[in-house]
Ligand binder design. Structure first.
Ligand code: MRU
Length: 348
């Protein structure tokens, strides 16, 4: 299995997703500041992977502290969490993971734990999140794989695979599971301008698994749907609001509209840590605006005229009416999504 991120005695090791597929290289973050940089620069990306990376960043910050006692470390802990929380605003998994570390820290402080005990428990919590993420992907895969056709084309956008998680993937986990169930799936991977997660990352990891894959430019999906090549769409999510609106990689909304127009089911696969019941609708989800250079340049080469205005929103919101089902590790949710999300939150 692809090692997206891994804890080592020296720090957190990340596969460098900015260099794939041409180069398989790794970046070692030995401080929490370096973990934050790795998230900002998208060496590691994808909502679940960002969350677990931040958890390891918090643990790393605790382990590297020069504080002598737990009480002395407390203000530094707040600074570590704030730095990591300031990296990327849309993926709620980031805040979910940091909040979980904060809750643990507060409980340990209240119980009178020593700094050494706190360091050990924070690292154990990050390890637990890592393992839970892979287990959630496997469960989503089993639920979602059953929804895909026995044979046909499945379109995906961005990379919601092993590289976006601790392993197996959300949307690509669903596809992997369908293939493991013996289904004959051909994946159409949107290239996903401007960062090209589909062309570079989805294609790379599916080829490694020998899953038949065709990369298409983002503007080709409509005509392929019209030609009957796509039987289902499955994508990941960065944040799912309480009413079921889904924030995901920019361009997902276009695909959802196209799928509805062509009568093709549109599935979203995401772990429960992506669901944000505190955000009522997609309108309140913060959308990250990334640097213009991602649009103006590619591979160091300038594509646009000097000085032209650029927009680079990294995510969009797909309104819930376009979504056929949301696949989580707890089960498959269908409309009315607000009710089914609340009901499944209660069941746990
Ligand atoms: O900007 P990115 O590459 O972090 O965006 C990733 C996505 O939009 C993914 O689809 C989403 O995080 C789900 S990953 C399982």
């Amino acid at each position: 299995m692809i090692s997206t991120l891994a804890w080592t005695p020296e720090g957190v090791r990340f596969i460098d997703q900015t260099r794939l597929p041409l180069e398989e290289s790794y970046v070692l973050a030995t401080t929490y500041e370096q973990v934050a940089d790795v998230i900002v620069t998208m060496v590691v990306r994808g909502a679940p992977a960002i969350g677990v990376s931040a958890a390891y960043g918090v643990a790393l910050g605790a382990l590297r502290t020069k504080a002598a006692t737990a009480a002395e470390f407390a203000p530094e802990f707040e600074r570590i969490c704030a730095r990591l929380a300031g990296t990327r605003p849309t993926a709620v998994n980031l805040f979910w993971a940091i909040d979980r570390m904060k809750r643990l820290f507060v409980a340990l402080l209240a119980a009178g734990a020593t700094l050494a005990q706190i360091q050990g428990k924070l690292l154990a919590e990050a390890h637990a999140m890592y393992a839970e993420d892979i287990a959630a992907c496997k469960k989503m895969g089993a639920f979602g794989g059953a929804l895909l056709p026995d044979e046909g084309g499945v379109l995906t956008h961005c990379n919601a695979g092993a590289l976006a998680t601790c392993g197996y993937g959300t949307a690509l986990g669903v596809i992997r599971s369908a293939v493991e169930q013996g289904k004959h799936i051909h994946v159409y991977a949107d290239e996903t301008r401007p960062f090209l997660q589909g062309a570079r990352l989805t294609a790379w990891e599916l080829m490694a698994d020998h899953i038949p894959t065709t990369v298409i430019c983002d503007n080709m999906a409509a005509s392929l749907m019209r030609a009957g090549k796509i039987q289902a769409v499955v994508v990941g999510a960065d944040r799912i609001a309480a009413n079921g609106d889904v924030a995901n990689k920019i361009g997902t909304y276009n695909v959802a509209i196209l799928a509805k127009e062509h009568g093709i089911p549109f599935y979203v696969a995401a772990p429960w840590s992506t669901i944000d019941l505190a955000t009522p609708t997609g309108d309140s989800i913060p959308i990250e605006e990334r640097p213009a250079i991602e649009v103006t340049h590619h591979g160091g080469k300038q594509l646009t005229p000097n000085g032209v205005c650029i927009r680079n929103p990294a995510f969009d919101v797909t309104p819930v009416r376009y979504i056929t089902a949301i696949i989580t590790e707890r089960g498959v949710l269908r409309a009315p999504f607000g009710d089914s999300l609340r009901a499944m939150e209660r069941v746990g």
